[in-house]
Design a protein around this ligand. Sequence first.
Ligand code: ARG
Length: 453
Amino acid sequence: MWGGRFTEPMDPRLDRLNRSLPVDGRLWREDLETNRAWVHALEGVGVLTGDERVRLLAGLDAVAEQLAAGAADDAADEDIHSLLERLLGEVVGPLAGKLHTGRSRNDQVATDLRLWTMGALDRLDGALAALGLALIAQARGGLDVLMPSYTHTQRAQPVRFAHWALAHAWALVRDRARGAGARARASVLPLGSGAIAGSGFAVDREALASRLGFAAVSANSIDAVGDRDFTLEAVFAATVAGMHLSRLAEDLVLFSSAEFGFVVLAEPFTTGSSLMPQKRNPDSLELVRAKAGHLLGRLVAMTATLKAMPSGYQKDLQENNAALFDALDGALAATELMEGVVAGLQLRPGRMASALDAATLATDLADLVVQAGRPFREAHGLVGALVRKAEELGVAIDRVPTGEAAKVDPAFPDLLSRLGGPGAAVERRRVAGGTARTAVLEQLDAAAAAFKP
Ligand code: ARG
């Protein structure tokens, strides 16, 4: 491919690091597309005749069949571009040598990678949407199931299970928007930039862009061949989504433990222990949690590699491709797995209810004190004193004997009688984004609209 000025073969130690076919072989579909588009571009500038265009496109179809059958698997070629060129030559003969006119592997790989990244972001978006819909379905089922919410992993205030499920769904709405933004910025065509200074042939780049599905053409050939911002943005979007999945996983590890017992994970998403016969472990959730760490590692590695480079193309760029593929593959697999886990969750409303001790109503009691005309800071102190009294007596705050409660403050016996249970507490929060049934139903509608296919 480039041996003309060389007299000696490549040292095998360089070949081992340089040969990228095992990594970029997966770009064969994208590389075929860019090759097909380039055939048309070259015909447009008179480098190819109509007859040559027909023969090359037929040749590329034959190569596509070979690649689909696994031709890249154990080939010895340097990368997907050189493999494709060789296979095409075997089909159409020396005519294949015309196809590399006015282009470089530099603008080719940048174009292939953008196409692949756009496709990968689409696949991730589909999986995030499916997970969001699974959370919404669980929210519908858990609309009237009450549980404690937690801050600092300590019981805080009563919420509907739906409210918890939708909290995770909203994070996915933002993830999808981030992915869509990354995809839009990836949709810029580098092809026609050549190795660095632009193609020597005045190809119609707008036509290339629309043939390949790009929204725009790059404005600067130096930038176009060396720019991998779109890979960082895609991996960042995947990393934030992975972080969200990890937080959901962490909630579910706790909630599915015997100590909480709020949910049961479906068997197909758990594993047993080789030693302890009773065990059923939440490995799905642990693997998803671990993926988030690895995603962040890929993002850091890729950014560090890019920051070392002068402008234009350098081989460092090739090294990032494995990280890009690994990150987006991992994010997709984790998201698809979480969809299964969430869809299979079984709720245990009785366990959630029994975790709602009266202390989770302390804020509501303080609010009642405020409604009786006292400043909130004072109310907070009074309810705090009542909680201490309840602890001394070993009872719940709503079971402190009337006489004792009145000693803390004369208003308490009346306020305690109006406190109500967790159901009253969630209904008091009719504010938008709150826990009242009407507020959560509105939220459900908005979330369902955000995930509408
Ligand atoms: N395999 C290379 C890559 O993925 C293709 C570009 C090679 N360009 C070069 N100037 N050697 O980056």
